[in-house]
Design a protein around this ligand. Structure first.
Ligand code: NAD
Length: 478
């Protein structure tokens, strides 16, 4: 059994109250994590506060050097990151290797390199010069979800510290293992103590204490829209800098000129990667009526053949959902879809795996047709392996249908004509749209949602801007 401690002021601190961490693929206990409280957050804030002055006094280049050291040390442990992530979340090991482990390393490496070019800017006037400098905000509170645990945590920690902030990070209580590995790496490379502090525990205790803490000046939150609302209600009147990366109900639009055979794997990947537990997943699929009869049976057949099973096996394309409670929630949407008049084209039940996975939180990839695009199933975030599929007559109708939810995170358009795809993409009300691809990420570009999918942008210079205060110094010419 793994025993995880908080990481505060460069030390691992045991807790007398603990929470259990469960492997969702077989229901077994894998770790104990601290059930921390406000006092632990206070301790972490004291450490972050003490480290601020000396850390912010370093140049960006000096801080970037530490990010490079962390990236190198994480890379050596890539296989371990992938195994722990797969164990903790139930995701296939191949996905944990290709996405979670590699991106966690890349986040530190990227921000370390990218920040070196993020310089002060000067604006000349006839009689004065403006010098815009970027100062650290102070202490950053970073709160992350369970679907891409270290990937999302490193996406926040790397830009926060390179800009000179010190941080208190709270990973999801469901998936603490790789945050602990990061603490080990930070300890091993000797990052100055107090720069990164990791406090484990429940959102309602640790998360809320971070958001409420008067000495924490910035909150970067990734998670559900309902939680994001609570975070905003507390942080906004305290005038904290706030970034909210929230839920999605993203549209996948297949136009009549799409190459069906080439498109199906992309649409299936967008719908079901990580068991549909990616905020960017395309869970509403709109298909032109002109190709509907050809597309739908082939798509159903493709999805039926996706291999679901032991997350540690290289062959598995789909693993378990993150928890039994989450599987119950996803199943409740399958029942809702049936009550709303939907037809289950495939999936809808547990896959009936052999022991020990018969005790796991598995669910077959599920396609539902026959529902209105305005139904609850087709407009509320399910965050699991369930997609709805709807026909449309024209590009205009597809755009209207895509824009009919309160969410606005991402989407994708599939077409034989990339200019037409771009025209449709521009009319979709989301922060990001892909054409003939999905989850194709360049870390320099803005990432974030509109409507109920969030506030603010992270990624590239948007992250560096968010994790700093732009200060103008106007010097009159003598
Ligand atoms: P969640 O909102 O339940 O939890 C997210 C984090 O917030 C966890 O660490 C949790 O402990 C903490 N938390 C819970 N209550 C809190 C409170 N009152 N105050 C402060 N912190 C609190 O989300 P989840 O179930 O872990 O993750 C799934 C959700 O995350 C989905 O809605 C998904 O779309 C979203 N998500 C969004 C993005 C994005 O970039 N937009 C990325 C990944 C996941």
């Amino acid at each position: 059994m793994i025993k995880i401690h908080n990481f505060i002021n460069g030390k691992f601190i045991a807790s007398d109250k603990n929470l259990e961490d469960i492997n969702p693929a077989n229901g077994e206990k894998i770790a104990y994590i601290p059930n921390s409280n406000r006092k632990d957050v206070d301790l972490a804030v004291q450490a972050a506060d003490s480290a601020r002055e000396s850390w912010s006094a370093l140049s960006i280049g000096e801080r970037a050097f530490w990010l490079g050291k962390i990236a190198d040390a994480l890379e050596i442990r890539s296989e371990e990151i992938a195994s722990l992530e797969s164990l903790d979340t139930g995701k296939p090991i191949s996905l944990a290797r290709a996405v979670d482990a590699s991106r966690s390393v890349a986040n530190f490496r990227f921000f370390g390199e990218f920040a070196k070019d993020f310089q002060q800017e000067n604006f000349e006037m006839d009689d004065a010069t403006n010098h815009v400098i970027f100062k650290p905000v102070g202490i950053a509170g970073l709160i992350t979800p369970w679907n891409l645990p270290l990937y999302l945590l490193s996406w926040k920690i790397a830009p926060a510290i390179v800009m000179g902030n010190t941080v208190i990070a709270k990973p999801s209580e469901l998936t603490p293992l790789t945050a602990n590995l990061l603490a080990e790496v930070i300890h091993e490379v000797g990052l100055p103590k107090g720069v990164v502090n990791i406090v484990h525990g429940l959102g309602s205790d640790v998360g809320q204490a971070i958001v409420e803490h008067p000495k924490i000046n910035l909150i970067s939150f990734t998670g559900g829209t309902t939680t994001g609302k609570k975070v905003a209600e507390i942080a906004a009147p305290m005038f904290k800098k706030l970034s909210l990366e929230l839920g999605g109900k993203n549209a996948t639009i297949v136009l009549d000129d799409a190459d069906i055979e080439a498109t199906i794997p992309g649409v299936a990947r967008a719908g079901f990667l990580n068991q549909g537990q990616v905020c960017l997943c395309g869970s509403r699929i709109f298909v032109s009526k002109k190709i509907w009869d050809d597309f739908v049976p082939k798509f159903v057949n493709y999805v039926k053949n996706m291999k679901i099973g032991d997350p540690s096996s290289d062959d598995s394309e789909l693993g378990a959902l993150v928890s039994f409670a989450h599987r119950d929630k996803v199943e409740s949407y399958i029942h809702l879809a049936q009550r709303e008049g939907g037809e289950i084209l495939c999936g809808g039940k547990s896959p009936g795996l052999d022991a020990p996975f018969d005790k796991g939180a598995f669910l077959e990839p599920t396609i539902v047709s026959g529902l209105s695009h305005l139904s609850r199933t087709a407009t509320e975030e399910i965050f699991g392996p369930v997609v709805t599929i709807h026909p449309f007559e024209s590009d205009k109708e597809a755009i209207e249908m895509a824009n009919c939810t309160d969410y606005g995170l991402a989407g994708s358009v599939w077409t034989g004509d990339s200019e037409r795809g771009k025209r449709v993409a521009e009319k979709i009300e989301t922060g990001m749209v892909w054409v003939n691809t999905w989850l194709h990420r360049d870390l320099r570009v803005p990432f974030g949602g509109i409507k109920n999918s969030g506030v603010g942008r992270e990624g590239g210079r948007w992250s560096l801007g968010f994790f700093s205060e732009a200060i103008n110094i106007c010097v009159k010419n003598s």
